[in-house]
Design a protein around this ligand. Structure first.
Ligand SMILES: Nc1ncnc2c1ncn2[C@@H]1O[C@H](COP(=O)(O)OP(=O)(O)O)[C@@H](O)[C@H]1O
Ligand SMILES: [Mg+2]
Length: 243
């Protein structure tokens, strides 16, 4: 299980996340919905280990083992993955080399260039990304939608135990949205990955089947429910949940 317990996060000495708890079981999909500035990205960064986001109290465990004492790469090796809201452009390192090195840093993997190429080619095809992406610099000049699909290709290759996807739907047209959602559901079924999917809009949830939906505002989870909660947000907006 992935257990987030009473997490508080501060950036620049401001408390942004004020006590969030969430338990994700293998293969479960939780959606966190909330207006801009709720602290959704800060929560994700802090859990993954971004140095600007300090966890001031609380714990985050995978199968009972604390992650917060570990450096980012170790958190990844324990099975945590973060799909960024704004993936960074990294000129000078190709998408293929980056991902092959990431994959090979996991115990038991030793992909040669050719093996990896066939693997990634298949994933790129699933996501309707041209195979030339392998040789392009990571996210450099990718469109918004291509960056998001590249995050999903990374997820599909790395097969984490738990994945946080921060606004993976932003910048995606409806066809790409469906491809991305299908890939998420596929990984969920085959690998039993547990997901926290952060989104503003219900439209992504038209293609995914969340087990739990949470409303987050002002650094806290204000309400949790099932898929009907997303419908309620779509109809009534976030205002009614905010005291
Ligand atoms: N590095 C930072 N330093 C100071 N304030 C920050 C920092 N990052 C985010 N914040 C503030 O924290 C609040 C929540 O931001 P964010 O986590 O990005 O929300 P969301 O992802 O829900 O839109 C915002 O008011 C934002 O300005
Ligand atoms: Mg955000």
């Amino acid at each position: 299980m992935f257990e987030i317990k009473d997490i508080h996060v501060a950036a620049d000495k401001n408390e942004i996340v004020k006590g969030v708890s969430l338990t994700v079981k293998p293969g479960e999909l939780h959606a966190i919905m909330g207006p801009n500035g709720s602290g959704k990205s800060s929560l994700s960064y802090a859990i993954m280990g971004h140095p600007h986001y300090k966890v001031t109290s609380g714990s985050t465990k995978i199968n009972g083992n604390e992650l917060l004492d570990l450096p980012v790469n170790e958190r990844a090796h324990r099975g945590l993955f973060l799909g960024f809201q704004y993936p960074h452009e990294v000129p000078g390192i190709t998408f293929g080399n980056f991902l092959r090195n990431c994959a090979n840093s996991f115990e038991g993997n030793n992909f040669g260039v050719a093996d990896f190429y066939s693997l990634i080619k298949e994933k790129l095809a699933d996501l309707k990304l041209n195979e030339k992406f392998v040789g392009r610099a990571l996210n450099d000049g990718f469109s918004g939608g291509e960056k998001k699909r590249s995050e999903i290709a990374q997820l599909a290759i790395l097969k984490p135990k738990y994945a946080i996807l921060d606004e993976i739907d932003s910048g995606l047209d409806v066809d790409a949205l469906k491809l991305v959602a299908d890939e998420i559901e596929k990984i969920r079924k085959t690998n039993k990955t547990g997901f926290i999917v952060i989104t503003h809009y219900k439209r992504l949830l038209n293609y995914l089947s969340p087990d739990h939906v949470h409303v987050m505002a002002g650094g806290q989870i204000l309400k949790s429910g099932d898929k009907n909660l997303a419908e309620e947000i779509e109809t009534d907006g976030y205002e009614k949940f905010i005291k």
